[in-house]
Design a protein around this ligand. Structure first.
Ligand code: PLP
Length: 458
């Protein structure tokens, strides 16, 4: 048992919390999560909940799997740490790289390891610059991201992020980063416009931006297969083919951010396979270890690798890397995680139980007057809140309806996540979710949602 009050006081005295109103946590004290098993977590006050968000979209295999700790202990006992700079390596990163690259498209065969999704995107951005410099196009530096996207929190990756709250007060984004339209058909499509027409319009807008900036200054475009924290935005029909055509025409690389979608969340190993994306670079983190160890893996195509190989000897070494790149304990954790995903068919389960969850949610809430749409795929999704779905009028965001729903559902034993900018309620449970647990998620959502919506002031 824990002395919860003492821990809360000590926490408030000593910790600057990420992503919080600083004073709030300091005065109220945090919620302290102590243990986890399967899809459930328990806090130091003894409250147990089904984690319908998988931590921060990362707990893929489920909590409390001893195999991960066993693998990490073995790796730690064997070596614990050695750097991978200047041509050094370790058996764990070599084996992990082999297993990961085998799951990638044929034209992607090289991986660079780091510690977080943010650093994976940072690394890929720098590789775009390095690659274009080596091939004599150093001015091809701009990266086009999308409004509302989330790609991380470091100076470069927060710039890629398209949420105003991550820019405000920091003087971001960097001037190299531009943001094109959000591909949310339900909210951004014009009356009478088909999904395919909407996608074509967005591709034209992207091309207009590229031409206005000057194609010789644009190095890459970055997108998630399904945009996660930005609202769980599924790509409209024909979106990625239309976008990729434009990028190809202007010699612009495609960075696919698989930090959320990768490692089974969409019922396949990676989201680019579900949406027919042919990326030049791929960022992964989160589900690569199911959050048990901070590890990222950034992948590059053979074409990029060839330029790096030929250029670096004469034009300057690849002067980029982290103390923890290829960490042997992290790589061992990732391999134990892959073993569980593979041996227990958790990705098949994500597809099957994920489809069941979406169907059940649609039955429970799909027709509700305040639900605009329920979107997503397999083990990720979001419920779009609407003040009036007939006129497609959203709520005034200051009422924080999504957060109020999530609080009510939390009291009923299930964690969901409010996405304030999208006015949506998101979920991304562990991939080991059972049908019974899916029922529990739907039940709590249904009850909590009706509680809040029943109490709306007119
Ligand atoms: N990319 C995406 C799509 C993410 O959702 C996140 C984190 O939520 C990141 C990158 C950044 O990852 P990290 O928090 O590990 O730096």
């Amino acid at each position: 048992s824990y002395d919860s009050d003492r821990l809360k006081k000590a926490n408030s005295a000593n910790i600057l919390h990420p992503a919080s109103v600083v004073a709030d946590v300091a005065t109220k004290g945090p919620r302290i999560i102590a243990t986890g098993k399967g899809c459930f977590i328990t806090d130091t006050d003894g409250k147990r909940q089904l984690d319908g968000v998988g931590g921060l979209w990362c707990m893929n295999i489920g909590y409390g799997r001893p195999e991960i700790g066993d693998a990490m202990k073995k790796a730690s006992d064997q070596l614990g740490y050695f750097h991978t700079f200047g041509g050094h390596s370790n058996p764990a990163q070599i084996e992990l790289a082999e297993r990961l690259v085998a799951k990638m498209p044929d034209h992607i065969n090289k991986v660079f390891f780091g510690s977080s999704g943010s650093d994976a995107n940072d690394s890929l951005m720098k590789i775009v610059w390095y690659y274009n410099g080596l091939r004599g196009k150093p001015e091809k530096r701009k990266i086009i991201s999308r409004k509302q996207a989330y790609h991380g929190t470091t100076i470069a990756s927060a710039s890629l992020t398209g949420l105003a709250s991550f820019h405000r007060n920091f003087g971001l984004p960097l001037t190299e980063v531009k943001h094109t339209s959000l591909p949310h058909y339900y909210r951004e499509g014009k009356p009478g416009e088909s999904e395919q027409d909407f996608s074509n319009r967005l591709a034209r807008e992207l091309e207009d931006m590229i031409i206005a900036e000057g194609p010789e200054t644009v190095g890459a475009f970055i997108a998630e297969p399904i945009m996660g924290a930005g609202g769980v935005i599924t790509p409209p029909e024909g979106y990625f083919p239309a976008v990729q055509k434009v990028l190809k025409k202007h010699d612009i690389l495609f960075i696919c951010d698989e930090v959320v979608c990768g490692f089974g969340r969409l019922g396949d190993w990676f989201g680019h396979r579900v949406y027919d994306i042919r990326p030049d670079m791929i960022a992964t983190a989160k589900g690569i270890t199911s959050g048990y160890f901070p590890l990222s893996a950034a992948f590059i195509s053979d074409d990029i690798w060839n330029v790096l190989r030929d250029g670096s000897a004469t034009l300057g070494a690849f002067a980029h890397g982290f103390t923890y790149s290829g960490h042997p304990v992290g790589c061992a954790a990732a391999m134990a995680n892959l073993d569980i995903l593979e041996n227990e068919n958790l990705i098949g389960n994500a597809a099957e139980v994920g489809a069941y969850l979406h169907k059940s949610l649609a039955e429970a809430l799909g027709d509700h007057a305040h639900v605009g749409e329920i979107r997503g795929h397999a083990m990720i999704g979001a419920i779009q809140l609407m003040a009036d779905r007939d006129t497609k009028t959203g709520f005034d965001l200051k009422h924080k309806i999504a957060a109020r729903c999530v609080a009510a559902i939390g009291e009923l034993g299930v964690i969901y996540r409010p996405l304030p900018t999208a006015d949506s309620i998101a979920f991304s449970p562990p991939l080991c979710l059972t049908r019974g647990e899916a029922d529990q998620m739907v039940d709590a959502l249904h009850k909590g949602f009706h509680q809040v919506m029943g109490n709306l002031s007119p």
